[in-house]
Design a protein around this ligand. Structure first.
Ligand SMILES: Nc1ncnc2c1ncn2[C@@H]1O[C@H](COP(=O)(O)OP(=O)(O)OP(=O)(O)O)[C@@H](O)[C@H]1O
Length: 613
């Protein structure tokens, strides 16, 4: 059975709050658009009003047997009025058309800025990703909330104004007609609201499916995954998964369609009742209540008009409701709270205070969607210039710990101190400048090698420094073999001229990027996992030079590589269980030793009973 998720807490903002928010933004960002919309409202109300007034003038004039000249005089003003207003309507419409798209793009830019700038934690997990997908639904098409609000509010205010004017006219026939029209419209509105809410809640079922479909679409076109897909016959998994997800999506979309269908049927029945009763009453009034023909024509037009205004209001209220729900998603994303300090921070350590010292006090961290802590009560003091190695089994929390230290995550409990000052006192962006980090996942931009390293405009790049870090990271040999050298473009999927680096070369490039940044704290998370033993050995030999005058944290599963670190910290079950240098830990005969012995076993020279020495 397919899981459904249609029960959810109340939206953060009501329809009115969101409508006012969206209208205020139109006013703030584009006053001309606001003005053009107001002009449209007036034109949309006055044109139909003149259109129902015109036949009355004609009938009255004919019944009064006025002269042809007087007839033309009577009809002149309403006809010219209709023509001018139609011209204004058309001219403002074409102007609004382009402005609407620019207006929506402003929200799109806000969302992109937020996605780039928000605390990493906010968009790190699947929930953050879903929030982003839902928010982008409010900006990704012409029918999205942030664009739709313009047409809907023009329609809505025209309908309200039209309704007020027509109510004045119709209430002179019989007030009960107005009451009946209003009641039927309310019923219609609440059914529409129910359907909108249902569709919105159903988005919680659709968004994760959409996320997976996007992933599959992206991966099937991704150059990187093409090899594994073929060699491991992953295509059948992708196809199967795609079919399954499409079926799931259709299942939930069908539910939306059925609800909408129900609302449309009820709407049809109500219109039938409403029009039948009011037209019947008008015919009765002409036959038995001496209503004159001119007024009958005017009232007839007003009755059919008021139904249009009213059903318009109901439709607009439902549209505003749907817009509001989408806008809630957008605001929920844009207003995600950031915990890190964006304001003025304390001064970064001066050059004479370097290298930095790092202290973790009673540090705890729990991922937002996890039940348990990933980091539990860690106390660790990394001294100025110390080379620290973090080791432990997969999933022990090493990467999480360094993400906490370099400010990507905020501790759930406890504190981090850099040079004796609490990490939260530093401005977030200034804090980031202190870290040169190489993570396990590699991210290259489709620009030249040197720009990928320096991440600066070409004119600001320090060529001497680029050469130094290319040598240190061991990538210079590769660069020299390329006709375009450091200017060679990367990411083949974007440019035909680009080259594809091997896994190890990419890792060297990441190391070069970190060294070029030259932050006082170097963090290397498995920086040599993809390197050949010779390249790896070269890095180890240069480790002192790489980290000179820096405090460094080195994560590796190759325990031989941790020997050149001053101290090794072994993490298990979310906490530190052993620490000391390699010899201390070997003497301790604990987990580290066990892991070391297991790893070195296959390097020993008597495997299989043969001596290769
Ligand atoms: N974004 C996330 N949301 C929820 N849980 C996460 C997230 N990232 C990591 N985890 C979980 O936290 C735990 C620690 O992961 P972490 O990557 O820190 O381990 P690690 O020691 O670096 O592992 P490895 O040696 O395999 O790189 C794991 O159980 C992992 O599943």
């Amino acid at each position: 059975m397919i899981d459904t998720n249609t029960r959810k807490s109340k939206p953060k903002y009501s329809t009115w709050e969101n409508t006012i928010y969206l209208l205020k933004n139109i006013w703030r960002w584009d006053k001309l658009l606001f003005l053009l919309s107001a002009i449209q409202v007036l034109a949309k109300v006055c044109i139909p009003l003149l259109e129902i007034y015109l036949p009355k003038v004609l009938v009255d004039s004919v019944l009064e047997k006025v002269s042809p000249l007087q007839l033309i005089g009577n009809l002149f003003s309403p006809i010219i009025g209709i023509i001018i207003l139609n011209i204004i309507l058309k001219a403002s419409s074409s102007n609004i058309l382009g402005k609407k798209i620019f207006h929506r793009m402003k929200y799109s830019i806000l969302q992109m800025d937020k996605a780039i700038d928000t605390d990493f934690e906010n968009i790190d997990g699947p929930k953050g990703q879903e929030k982003f997908i839902k928010a982008s639904m409010a900006t990704n098409s012409n029918s999205s909330a942030t664009e739709e609000i313009i047409d809907t509010s023009i329609e809505f205010f025209s309908n309200i104004l039209g309704f007020i004017l027509y109510t004045g006219i119709i209430s002179t026939i019989h007030p009960l007609i107005i009451i009946f029209i209003i009641i039927s419209s309310f019923v219609n509105y609440f059914i529409g609201k129910y359907v909108n809410n249902y569709e919105h809640k159903n988005k919680d079922n659709l968004a994760p499916i959409e996320k997976k479909l996007r992933y599959i679409r992206y991966k099937t076109g991704d150059f990187q995954s093409a090899k594994d897909m073929r060699l491991y016959n992953m295509s059948s998994w992708f196809q199967g998964m795609y079919d399954k997800l499409l079926k799931k999506r259709i299942y939930f979309q069908k539910k939306n369609i059925l609800h909408r269908y129900f609302a449309n049927i009820v709407d049809g029945i109500l219109i039938l009742l409403r029009d039948g009763i009011t037209y019947g009453f008008l015919i009765y009034s002409v036959l038995y209540k001496n209503m004159n023909i001119g007024n009958f024509v005017l009232y007839f037009g007003a009755v059919s008009g008021i139904s249009t205004w009213l059903s318009g209001i109901v439709k607009n209220l439902n549209s505003l409701n749907a817009i509001s729900l989408q806008n809630n998603d957008s605001r929920e994303f844009l207003e995600m709270e950031d915990n890190m300090n964006r304001g003025i921070g304390i001064d970064l350590p001066k050059s004479y205070e370097l290298p930095c010292d790092i202290e973790l006090r009673n540090l705890y961290y729990k991922y937002p969607e996890s039940k348990d802590y990933t980091i539990k009560n860690i106390n660790l003091h990394i001294k100025k210039g110390e080379k620290l190695a973090l080791v432990g089994v997969n999933g022990a929390g090493k990467t999480t710990l360094v993400k906490l230290i370099c400010g990507l995550y905020t501790p759930t409990k406890g504190e981090i101190y850099i040079n004796g000052k609490k990490s939260t006192l530093y401005n977030r962006d200034e804090y980031y400048t202190m870290f040169s980090v190489v993570f396990q996942d590699i991210y290259l931009l489709p620009i030249s090698i040197e720009k990928n390293i320096a991440l600066q405009p070409e004119e600001d790049i320090d060529n001497g420094k680029i050469d130094k870090v290319l040598n240190l990271s061991g990538l210079m040999g590769k660069i020299n073999s390329l006709p375009e050298g450091k200017k060679t473009l990367l990411v083949k999927s974007i440019s035909d001229k680009a080259i594809e680096l091997s896994g190890g070369e990419m890792q060297k490039l990441m190391l070069a990027r970190a060294l070029y940044k030259n932050g006082p704290i170097i963090i290397l998370d498995e920086p040599t996992a993809a390197l050949d033993p010779i390249a790896e050995n070269e890095i180890y030999k240069k480790y002192d030079e790489l980290t000179e005058n820096h405090t460094s944290i080195f994560i590796s599963h190759r325990l031989s590589s941790t020997r050149f670190c001053d101290r090794i910290v072994f993490i298990e079950d979310e906490k530190i269980i052993e620490e000391g240098n390699h010899y201390d830990l070997m003497k301790m005969d604990g987990k580290y030793r066990k892991m070391y012995d297991t790893q070195s076993y296959y390097y020993k020279n008597d495997i299989g009973g043969e001596n290769y020495a």
